[in-house]
Design a protein around this ligand. Structure first.
Ligand code: AMP
Length: 376
């Protein structure tokens, strides 16, 4: 199937062509036709499946089809996301896919001055991508009016709940027109998620893409058993011997992330750490540097990594094995995106072996153990 067969309009096809996307991903194939027909969607899909384009493309197309050149700009599409990083990425996607259409969009999140965001809103935008807290704040100050919203997206609803946004979310939803189209995305269909979905969706079409365990099968995974105090040496060795020039490394703690980044820099490998204690500016700079490849290695904690989207990330390295098996799947899902293959390397010390067992159980296979290495 092609994007043309999905009946997307030329301005979108041209933008997709520029991105180099040839084939719609499964979630795009399944969701786009329903969204274009005006249906509500319950989408069970993780980051990395192409879900952003699955909602952004049809929303842009519907906005274009219903546009009224004589009316003032007002917010027609609202996308809620759990983190600023994810909101920024969604915004970047709207910018790219909508490059040949005339819509204005803006992104709203906390932790930075509201001035710039308020100015953008005052100028008028059709599309707002926001995290719930700051959006609510700006709504209460009268800078955001949601009366004209026709398309509402809740992205990563499961994480929204995990992060305690339920009340903020409900307050935002209460201000939306009841007559609207709602697109709901979540990586899981846990009972709390279904309950929330049922309250805000109207006769939704469910679309589900490949469950976690099969998504990871395209990723080449291996594990090195190594003492904790030899991990630094092994990492340096791997980066050199495997010619790794762009990798995301995961640690369990913020301090761990700082330490690994510091060690790498000391060993002559340009690295930056991102985690919750870093300022928004520092996080954005690190992410940008990594995307532009000025920084070879980004070291992140799990929370900070949520939604990080770097095209064609070749390697993910688990400096520490996560305690929760699902986290492993989320981590390695950052590589081998949208059907491409990637490499995930894990370092496991004695204490972590029990976590590895759980992971093998979850992904229903034994991760290959590299037996011969200089740090055994
Ligand atoms: P997402 O799940 O929205 O975070 O998207 C995952 C990654 O896949 C992003 O880097 C997208 O730019 C990319 N992507 C989305 N759709 C396609 C497609 N049809 N073909 C190739 N790459 C895609």
């Amino acid at each position: 199937m092609t994007f043309t067969e999905l009946k997307l309009i030329n301005p979108l096809l041209t933008a997709l062509d520029k991105k180099g996307y040839k084939i719609p991903s499964p979630i795009q194939q399944q969701a786009i036709p329903h969204i274009l027909l005006g249906k509500d969607i319950f989408g069970c899909a993780q980051t990395g499946t192409g879900k952003t384009a699955a909602f952004a493309l049809p929303i842009l197309q519907l906005l274009e089809a219903n546009k009224n050149p004589n009316s003032r700009r007002s917010i027609k599409a609202l996308i809620l996301a759990p983190t600023r990083e994810l909101a920024t990425q969604i915004s970047d996607n709207f910018k790219e896919y909508g490059a040949n259409l005339g819509f204005a969009h803006t992104v709203i999140f906390g932790g930075v001055s509201q001035l710039h965001q308020v100015n953008a809103l005052k100028k008028g935008v059709e599309i707002v991508i926001a995290t719930p807290g700051r959006l609510l704040d700006l709504m209460n100050q009268g800078f955001v009016k949601l009366n004209d919203v026709q398309y509402f997206v809740l992205d990563e609803a499961d994480r929204m709940l995990d992060m305690g946004f339920i009340n903020d979310m409900k307050k935002v939803i209460a201000k939306l027109p009841t007559k609207r189209q709602t697109l709901f995305f979540s990586a899981t269909a846990a009972p709390s998620i279904m309950k929330l979905a049922n309250t805000i969706l109207h006769n939704p079409v469910s679309v589900t893409v490949t469950p976690v365990s099969s998504t990871v099968s395209v990723i080449k995974q291996s594990v090195y058993f190594v003492d904790r105090n030899k991990k630094r040496g092994l990492l340096k060795h791997l980066i050199k011997s495997e010619n790794i020039d762009h990798a995301l490394i995961f640690t369990r703690t913020k301090r761990g992330a700082d330490k690994v980044a510091k060690d790498l820099n000391a060993d002559g490998v340009k690295a930056e750490a991102i985690h919750g204690n870093k300022s928004q500016g520092a996080r954005e700079r690190a992410l940008k540097g990594f995307k532009d490849r000025a920084i070879r290695i980004l070291v992140a904690t799990d929370i900070a990594s949520r939604g990080i989207d770097v095209d064609k990330l070749s390697h993910v390295i688990n400096y520490e094995i996560p305690e929760v098996a699902e986290t492993y799947v989320h981590r390695i899902g950052r590589t081998g995106r949208a059907g491409e293959s990637g490499i995930a390397i894990s370092m496991c010390d004695r204490e972590e072996a029990k976590y590895l067992k759980e992971i093998n159980k979850l992904i229903k296979k034994e991760i290959d153990v590299v037996k011969k290495h200089p740090f055994v």
